[in-house]
Design a protein. Structure first.
Length: 120
């Protein structure tokens, strides 16, 4: 499986999981000049920007380790652009990370880190 295929499967698994727990997905792979938001969802009153990280092995660290401070700042810019373009007034914003580690052909460990980081 290629890196791209692994990422796509991870995002599909994350989206299915989010829907199962009652979140409403409003956008996927939303792009702007600052980058791309993997999944944008609504959870109660919160607009949630979700970074999905899938890694085949932990050789280079856990999937969560890939969400660096630089990546967090980029996500903040993406969120601001999305909110500005959508014309949403004063939303409650949350940043989540979903880490996925495949363990078999059709099985994976999925960790959902709600409110994984905040940005100022």
């Amino acid at each position: 499986m290629t890196h791209t295929e692994l990422g796509t499967r991870g995002e599909e698994a994350a989206a299915s999981y989010l829907e199962r727990i009652g979140m409403t997905i409003v956008d996927r792979n939303w792009k702007c000049r600052s980058g791309e938001a993997d999944i944008i969802a609504v959870d109660g009153e919160a607009l949630v920007f979700i970074e999905v990280k899938t890694r085949a092995t932990d050789a280079k660290g856990s999937p969560e380790d890939a969400v660096s401070a630089t990546k967090q700042q980029r996500y903040a810019r993406i969120a601001k652009t999305y909110i500005d373009r959508a014309g949403i007034a004063e939303p409650t914003v949350r940043f989540d990370v979903i880490a996925i580690r495949p363990i078999a052909e059709n099985r994976a460990l999925l960790r959902h880190h709600k409110d994984a980081f905040t940005v100022s």
